[in-house]
Design a protein around this ligand. Sequence first.
Ligand SMILES: [Zn+2]
Length: 132
Amino acid sequence: MWICEYWAETAAHILLNCQFTRAIWTAVAYLFNSPLLHPSSWMDISSVKAWWSERTSYASALGKPRAKATTSLILLTLWAVWKERNRRIFQHKLLRPSGVCALIKEGATLWIHAGISSSRTPISEIFGRNCI
Ligand SMILES: [Zn+2]
């Protein structure tokens, strides 16, 4: 049981291009009011590295607190997708995109309580009221 039964398991496909993963990114972009995370805004998805450089470059233009929160949210989403991939392979269990999003939201809440923001600006203030 993989993330995707239709394409070869490359990092770019698992983390960015798979229909399953894109549904997660779309939901996260909406949930956190962060258009940078919506797949329709991605220009270069030839590799995870190219995509990461592009996303963090755009994020840096948002100012430090929001850039830092966006980067954290990107990392959290990548981590959640990777964990879902491993859940399917090693535990033979699967979540729908909405279930993975719920874990991302839960993770973001924990990160806020752990104080990820050096500016002490909560992610919920940065991303708006739809978040958390
Ligand atoms: Zn796929």
